[in-house]
Design a protein. Structure first.
Length: 215
């Protein structure tokens, strides 16, 4: 029975019959949720005025990374010195290794599809992504949203700081490369796995229940 619930055939049936997904979640818990963990780096804090310099995303199935998407993005302006210092991303890197924003954002959109999104402070990442997606393609992501920042605040109220690096330190998650999208997205993925245990101890085992507590 368990092997059938994890099979590709069952996954196809779930698309047509959503109640089957809920049944699988009841058996396997939150690790049964297919999701995409995403992180971006930017030139500043305002989506309307600033650019995205890097995106990274991990597709997660049954708690495991099954696909990766990441790219630097060409920015046709000089980066602020404080952003270079914070991220280590330079103008030269973006021009030599980066791809055009229109191409990268469409690739991210196609990678994500309709999968639930996870990010640490998703209220920053998703509006940024959607602003530039709409600007380039007249489309936006309307996916279910799971914010590990909000979850850590609710589940770990005693922490002095809920910044990604501090929550990772609490769980003893290595942080060799921060303020770069590929590094931060891996830390967020590891954090998500840790939070699953705390959520399930509170009886939260389905996507619907998770979305309520993450709102």
């Amino acid at each position: 029975m368990y092997s059938f619930l994890q099979s590709e055939e069952f996954s196809k049936l779930e698309t047509e019959y959503p109640f089957l997904r809920r049944a699988r979640e009841q058996v396997f818990g939150l690790k049964a949720i297919t999701c995409v963990v995403v992180d971006i780096e930017t030139t500043g804090l305002e989506a309307e005025q600033c650019e995205i310099t890097e995106v990274a995303a991990l597709r997660i199935e049954k708690g495991e990374i099954v696909d990766v998407y990441n790219s630097l993005i060409k920015v046709h302006a000089t980066l602020p010195p404080e952003i270079i210092k914070l991220t280590g991303i330079t103008d030269e890197m973006l021009q030599e290794e980066g791809k055009e924003k229109k191409q990268v954002l469409r690739g991210l959109y196609d990678f994500v599809k309709d999968t639930p999104l996870i990010a640490h402070n998703i209220e920053f990442d998703l509006p940024f992504i959607n602003h530039h997606l709409h600007k380039e393609w007249s489309i936006i992501l309307r996916n279910p949203q799971i914010c590990t920042l909000k979850l850590s605040r609710k589940l770990l109220p005693g922490l002095a700081s809920h910044k990604l690096g501090q929550v990772a330190k609490y769980f003893q998650i290595p942080t060799p490369l921060t303020h770069r999208a590929p590094g931060d997205v891996e830390i967020t993925y590891e954090l998500w796995l840790k939070l699953i245990g705390l959520l399930e101890k509170q009886g939260i085992t389905t996507l619907e229940a998770l979305l309520r507590v993450s709102a």
